[in-house]
Design a protein around this ligand. Sequence first.
Ligand code: GLC
Ligand code: CA
Length: 532
Amino acid sequence: MSGESQDGLVTYQIYWRSFSDSNGDGIGDIAGLVDRLDHVADLGVDAIWLNPMYPSPGADHGYDVSDYFDIDPDFGTLTEFRNLIQSCHSRNIKILMDVVPNHVSSSHPWFISALGEGIGNDYEKLFIIRDGKGELGSEPPNDWQSIFGGPAWSYFPTGEGQVQRWYLHMFDSEQPDLNWYEDEVREHFEDVIRFWFDMDVDGFRIDVAHGLFKAPGFPDMSTFEDDVSGCWDQPEVHEIYRRWRKIADSYDPPRLLIGEVYASSRERLLQYLGDDQLHSAFDFSFLKQDWSASVFSENISKNVDLCKKAGVPPTWAYSNHDEIRHWSRYASIPGIADKTLGELRYKSLFSLICALPGNIYLYNGEELGLPEAEIPDSDRQDPAFFRQPPESDYKGRDGCRVPMPWSHKSTNAGFTTGVPWLPIPSDWVDYAADLQKIDERSILSYYGKALALRKENNWMNIGCIDDIFAEGDVLCLTKKFDGTIYKVLMNFGNSQKYPIEGGHVIFRSSEEEINHNHLMPGELAYLFYNNN
Ligand code: GLC
Ligand code: CA
């Protein structure tokens, strides 16, 4: 395993509950994952990232951790997990975990003790507990809102006749925020990362990495401007990552730290990155951007510039377990019934990030072209759905978390022999991996080819971007590598084709030889030019 260089790393995110179930309880598990490791290895990825797999009551499906030093029994055992690490490493695949430092589960022993060991007990200081406002504290201490909706404060036990106390939870009420000013909290998480690094885990994706500290005085949100607030992105957080980085660097090979950082600007994001803090951070503009050559080109160049300044590789992802699947965002086109165009756009998108410098993150199921699933409200599980105000039409994140379809002939598309934890739409058998595997024109086959091409051609993952711009509907990206000029052209238009001038076409996402002088709607091409 080489941990020194992480440039060009392709990581496959596994939402393990939905990956593969081995024992019929409807929830994915380690044994199921091991059975499917060939699928992951065949794709040609360098690493997997597992969503949190610690014991958890599941209020936020693993992002509410009750013990950071063990494996959720739904997922398996520590011994199985150790074997999983070995199985990944023997295939030259790194394994990244998710660490959740901003909050714990309300079933974590610390919170249970804080609640149960009498007013003013020692555990209370590990959380953020404040007197309420108004008569006898009947209103929350300030106006902060939970990311999932509703107030970010819930009642905390209070002595009789005393002002009502409240505890802070920036997410669900079953996810109390920790007080990072306490040494015990800091030491705990240093122990946590060491524990897993000692077990040969290659790195962590840090959940809500911009969280942790809250501004002293807990100022109302309404007193802040420009999206900077008292609940996120406080200066104290950087010292934590400097310490974590020292720990990560003390291992051989050094372990990786990747941040889920929502900062209010790219300048603020920059402060998390570099030799002494995080190795990289996700660029979330890619999960939200409109379908447009100019928007894509602008976001690519901004992310590349930022990472150049920080001296870290850029990170690219179109989908994850929190966002609408990008098939539904980009490939199912309102008003256009042409599925071929949607599919071509989808393939082109993948070849576009395959040609960008830095690291790519895939989200399980995107290689099958899975759309966002329709789920009846009665089957929904996401706390973000349940905390919405009545007027909201936000349905939460279950639609991107539906289990994987593996085989077209089996019950539940081969995911489970029992009842899947979220219903699998009946037509998902059409997406089954076994069908796509034997179809050369499938999305799955395309992903494999595109990644193999990236591996064979260093201009794709390493070469610097010399120029990137949009001309009308066409994105044009130029890279120089080893004395050769390479171009990536992508047509974001739905109806017009564009001439390709000069250069030699080396690959096109339609995989068609026809129209070789044109870029079809939705098509991408790689070209090279001799530099003399
Ligand atoms: C992150 C995770 C999300 C989770 C939240 C709270 O945003 O990606 O799934 O609900 O943190 O931990
Ligand atoms: Ca299971």
